[in-house]
Design a protein around this ligand. Sequence first.
Ligand code: FAD
Ligand code: FES
Ligand code: FES
Length: 1304
Amino acid sequence: MLLSYLRDRLRLTGTKYGCGGGGCGACTVMVSRYQPGTKTILHYSANACLLPVCQLQGAAVTTVEGIGSTKTRVHPVQERIARAHGSQCGFCTPGMVMSMYTLLRNTPQPTMEDIREALGGNLCRCTGYRPIVDGFRTFCQESNCCQGNGNGTAGCCLDGESPPEKSGNLFDQGDLLPLDPTQELIFPPELILMAQTEPQMSQRFIGENIVWISPVSLDELIQLKADHPQAPLVIGNTNIGPDIKFKGALHPIIISPTRVQELFAVTRTAQGVYIGAGCSLSVVKALLEGLVQELPEEKTEIYRALLQQLGNVGGQQIRNVASIGGNIVSAYPNSDLNPVLAAGSCKLSVVSKGGRKEILLNKDFLVGFGKTSLKPDEIVLSVFIPVSRKWEFMGALRQAPRKENALATVTSGIRVMFTEGSSVVKELSICYGGVGPCTVSASRTCAAIIGRPWNEQTLSEAYTVLLDEISLSPSHPGGKVDFRRSLTLSLLFKFNLQILHKLWEMVRTGSGIRPLPNQLQPGIQVFQPVVNGQSVDDQVGRPVMHHSAISQATGEAVYCDDIPKTDGELHLVLVTSTRPHAKIRGIDVTEALQVPGVVDVITSKDIPGKKFRTFTGVDEELLAENEVSCVGQMVCAVIADTREQAKRGAAVVKIHYEDLPEPVFTVEEAMEKKSYFQPQRTIERGNVTQAFEEVDQVYEGEIRLGGQEHFYMETQSMVVVPSGEDRELRVYLSCQHPTYAQESIAETLGIPSNRVSCHVKRVGGAFGGKVTKTSAIACITSVAAWRSGRAVRCVLERGEDMLITGARHPVLGRYKVGFMNDGKIIAADLHYYANSGNTADESVLVVEKVLLHLDNAYNVPNLRGHSVACKTNLPSNTAFRGFGVPQSMLVTENMINDVAMKLEGGLDMLTLHQIREINMYKEVSLTHYKFQFDPKNLLRCWDECKEKSDYDSRRQAAGEFNQKNRWKKRGLAVIPIKYGIAFSEGFLNQAASLVHIYKDGSVLVSHGGTEMGQGIHTKMQQVASRELHIPTSFIHITETSTSAVPNTCPSAASFGTDANGMAVKNACETLYRRLEPVRKQNPTGTWESWVKKAFLQKISLSATGYYRGHDLYMDWEKQEGQPYAYFTYGACCSEVEVDCLSGDYRTVRTDIVTDIGRSINPSVDIGQIEGSFIQGLGLYTMEELQFSPSGVLLTRGPSQYKIPAICDIPLQFNVYLLSDSDNPHAIYSSKGIGEPVLFLGSSVFFAIKDAVAAARAEAGMDGPFTLDSPATPERTCLACNTDFTQKIPPSRPGSFKPWALNIP
Ligand SMILES: Cc1cc2nc3c(=O)[nH]c(=O)nc-3n(C[C@H](O)[C@H](O)[C@H](O)COP(=O)(O)OP(=O)(O)OC[C@H]3O[C@@H](n4cnc5c(N)ncnc54)[C@H](O)[C@@H]3O)c2cc1C
Ligand code: FES
Ligand code: FES
């Protein structure tokens, strides 16, 4: 593929690997081709991971390196994403840049919609997308667009809104580099010449395993297909590519017909249009858009239905290469096009040696999973799409786990033809995807409607037939069975509304078809400017750009796998368990060792030192020796000359297992078997048991919260290089805790720590997932390097990473709450069961933190909590941003919701926020672990949030909206947070630094924190700048290294800046003091002159800094302690609109107010706030890890696991930093912010719950109800309890094997 060619052969490492399957956009490049016919050049974005190099004959490929660099000129796209703070860890940035660059090459003055569409296929796990959009918005030349400055003319995007509150700009737009299309790279003239003059010849590329044939004429293609009927025709490679890569499909011969012109021809007739089967979906989309503009509306029903679907197929990069013929012939069960084409009576022209024929694209053509009735030697030449007739209507409706770039759960194409002038149905065709092995035609249902008038009675009978006709087995692959069945009904109902709307312009029920709002508005970011008189050189408090944002945007930033190969370097691939619980009877590596290139297979027996890794005192096996306890556990590792060879070797390692009985997967099973990690924790204040006797009401409830994959864009990566002498090892890795990796490696190899140096330049996202798990893999990689004496590289593929490295702990929370009729909660008893997986890892610490935060912002006088880490046979879960707090507080807030709904029947949500207020801490108080604090700023955040979000009037407006709309409901929620900062294990709060001043005045700062996008290096530069009184341009921060600063603590717990900032400050203070004599001697001298002088005067220009940190503790025996240095506070109001028929929702607006003291860098802090909020939104509303009934993780890539994309961000997203807040407990009065806001993503969850409550109220249902997290469209739709969901008979639990387990 082009990606490995660029990275490995050409050493162009700016293009990144994020998933290898077209799902993340990290590998985006621009492909340009000369079109001899039109003499134009076509530019399109494409995923290099799916682009076969053989297919690029005659094409020019532009990578991020090609458009600009720090050595030449930075391109405006690169500059703007960097300056707008759109690059945090930077791993997604080159892909974003290339998507935007390609858009600008085609459309130099794009609209916001163009930008949104262009970025739809690019994922970012750090930023929350807002700053990326804002950076690129500056290219938007819409005449009235004010770029968010609120000074637009008539029709301004902010019309009707109050002008944004200004506090200074996060980035200055005044001096941005202008975009000058004339300065762009030109298409290579030699390629134009080649296309114009060179005769087209067929080509053959013969590789190790594949022969690639590219014919130029149709006859040649037909002959090739006759000779090699089993050879696939590869056009976009978006089906065949992933099949080869992920399913191991073998194709010794591949035919690539991209130069056969007939496959790309478009012919129009009065009856419709013939579209060449090779045309890309983007070309088809543009063509249909043109036809819709040109033809009378009644003729374009089918075209418009197709356009509706085409906008949703994959991301832009996929649509640019995937062909319409490929989509049809791939015959996916949930293809979006086939149901529309089939319902629309489209035809295919098919050719082979036997001649040409036309066949209808219908159920006789789509015969099974990935199967059509095409004979192996037949080729689809074109697709005929007819124009629609008068009285004919067509609809295409779908529901997917994410609004864009996600395969549909259910998709449909429905066409009806009425008898002229009447409502009697003459023809009807209903086709669904996602409810069977292939596109399914509901012909019985159609038969029940045809000939009858299209009215409620006909349809109501039709629903019964449809339900019977499309009856899925409860074990249907993909699960969501009740949801799918209800969608078949509700999509038909939505089509009905469309028809009614078209015929009679309905109003109230029209809400069923109106799309959810989608227009991104400029957000507001308010922060406190620095005080008047602060020196311009003092950068503290200013929105300084991330220190390596520009090199991240140009692709020059070096991540672990970008490090050039050393001579003789080997690649390591892990072999993991395929059984959830089994004895290992033997590991046979004979065949693996015979694979060419394989050098060794490492098993537990090969570990020279300690075979365990120890964290928090618990031992965990590095490689399973005698027994495995989950699918995905590491058993051995194959090393080979290339990664492909190592993969081949790993595939033939034979592990003989003897299954052990009854693996435990869920927390219920763990509870039954008392399968827990010790210790369990309990905490109580007051007398809960007695208090329950005295309250007016008692309610018991529960909520389940699923896990969350870290999905850092850079997968686990490391290179271990033995130095060849003194048993020294240099380890380059992407991790948050280099010291732990160093110690673990030393122990594993049985050598002292002083022989192992760990180096972290930057981390492409971590979120807690690169502490323990990285160290374990680094130990194994080090054993391989140790044994072979050669450098060994291990970079996990996305699927391996997701399988092996665990996730956030899923939690079951149960509670009993006692309250008075006035809403005051008097007693609460909460139980938390965390699914920890097969090893302890940090689970006990996680469940401790769960208990420490269970009060959130509420002063419940009698409060008891109990938490356990359940040991199960799933992959071991680990730290994840928030470390148990997001789980803990969701349970608490859900409990409060239930109390409100109990008291008011769930109708008046004004009461809900009042109940929060009634129970909030009001004055200096003690927490349930007797920690004294002042909630003043918590209450300020709460009040400001309500005020800034205009909560009361929007609450009222939502009520009015809900009255007027039957099928769309709006919901609001305001959620507070009180989050403890620092490690409760006091020793982890220390930090050190090393600062050198060189003779030219330049300063090199090293500290113990790792840069993983959170901007710690930038903040350390700012600290050093203030303390040394010099501009940041003098200061450089290179890698984090255990050789420079030893015995570091993990960059975690939102404490990195607090600890390392103080250590850097300490070192700089020392140096500045040392310079005092020379400064005094020459007060008007320059920094450089003082430094030079100091050297001549033999003053040491190097100093270490140290920070002891807070002496925190938690005494679980006494149930009291000082586990935190202070609290970060915040409040967030979110409003959503929910489509009750499909469960789809859109966050209309979010306002966050946070107290982060005096921000050291508002742009970095706002970046953390927005990014963690969106990650929380993902946790609570979208991201679903699914395990098979035998414990196999099914969601192993962006195709199955959906993190928020640009389509998921709030349409208006405002962030306010609380002003005039001081914090004596942290550097420069700042506060930690990396983790707290993640929980505020739950405001979207509770807003959805609020909207669902409104839907239920309309269906006559009041009171508390269950909505588990994540509130996916499936759960939301089923909770709405519409007429359609009620029709679905529930499957009897225990009577079938579900497709996926209900975890926790
Ligand atoms: C990340 C991602 C997201 C996606 N999202 C969606 C989505 O939301 N909805 C959706 O419907 N699809 C989706 N797809 C599927 C995508 O649309 C199809 O894979 C694509 O259209 C196939 O076209 P291709 O040219 O890439 O096929 P290729 O992979 O090149 O070929 C696919 C198959 O079609 C056969 N074939 C191709 N052309 C012909 C022809 N002319 N005659 C006979 N046989 C032919 C080949 O022999 C081969 O077996 C997604 C795919 C990816 C990778
Ligand atoms: S790496 Fe190519 S799309 Fe993810
Ligand atoms: S900055 Fe986008 S993934 Fe990190």
